[in-house]
Design a protein around this ligand. Structure first.
Ligand code: ATP
Ligand code: MG
Length: 220
């Protein structure tokens, strides 16, 4: 039996107006879930709710079996540091630092070492010593993914991680994320506009008319 990594029950959230209500989903070890939906439907908000950054107006989020939003700031900080890998829609790299320095920050905080095979797979070895400000958008995006995976998280949350990438590079990134999940019994929550990428995930969760419609792919 696969263990449950993440469980969201009856989540509702609103800013000025209701964004979504009665949202339920479960992510098991080794599973990937795509969140799709139109721009403004609340995909990033839902990802932030599931990943410690926004407490929902209603409902429960459980990470690794424990209720999330009743935990202390310290406990939540520990989750962020050791267990969760988050790729934000606008990637937050330290612009004045080099690629290797950016990755080092993550590995030092989590006590892991840099995974050379990962750097090779993401094709970022060639510019390890360059400053982030000198890289293209797509190169920065791949560095963000390397940085997050270097922490060896139990769940990866990635908000449009392939948004700046051409098809071939997007597939490399997707393949890297999917193999990481399978090899490490981790989980992946992927926000994407790309139907082709969402189809590669075990679960597709579509935000539509303020509800989340969850469909499970057929396992071959
Ligand atoms: N902190 C906030 N305060 C007020 N409104 C917000 C906040 N964050 C998001 N919103 C609003 O909530 C709605 C959903 O935003 P969200 O970023 O979750 O959408 P999205 O589905 O990720 O869109 P996109 O595909 O364009 O990234 C938008 O109308 C946005 O303006
Ligand atoms: Mg978004």
């Amino acid at each position: 039996m696969s263990k449950t990594l993440l469980e969201a029950t009856s989540i509702s959230h609103s800013f000025d107006t209701l964004l979504f209500s009665d949202v339920d989903f479960t992510l098991l070890e080794g599973q990937s879930m795509a969140i799709v939906g139109r721009s403004g439907s609340g995909k990033s908000t839902l990802m932030h709710i599931a990943s410690t950054f926004i407490e929902p107006k209603e409902g429960s989020v459980k990470l690794f079996g424990s209720e999330l939003y009743t935990q202390s700031e310290e406990q939540i900080e520990q989750l962020r540091r050791y267990d969760l890998g988050i790729v934000f829609q606008s990637h937050y790299l330290f612009k004045g630092m080099s690629v290797v320095e950016n990755i080092n920050v993550a590995t030092m905080l989590s006590g892991e070492s840099i995974d050379e095979a990962l750097l090779e797979k993401l094709e970022i070895q060639a510019f390890m010593n360059q400053k982030i400000s000198e890289l293209s958008g797509g190169q920065q995006q791949r560095v963000s993914i390397a940085r997050v995976l270097s922490k060896k998280p139990r769940i990866i949350f990635a908000d449009e991680p392939t948004g700046n990438l051409d098809k071939a590079t997007a597939m490399i990134v997707m393949d890297t994320l999917m193999s990481y999940v399978k090899e490490n019994k981790a989980g992946l929550v992927l926000v994407t506009h790309d139907e082709e990428l969402s189809a590669l995930c075990d679960i597709t969760a579509r935000l539509e008319e303020k509800r989340l419609i969850v469909s499970h792919g057929v396992t071959i």
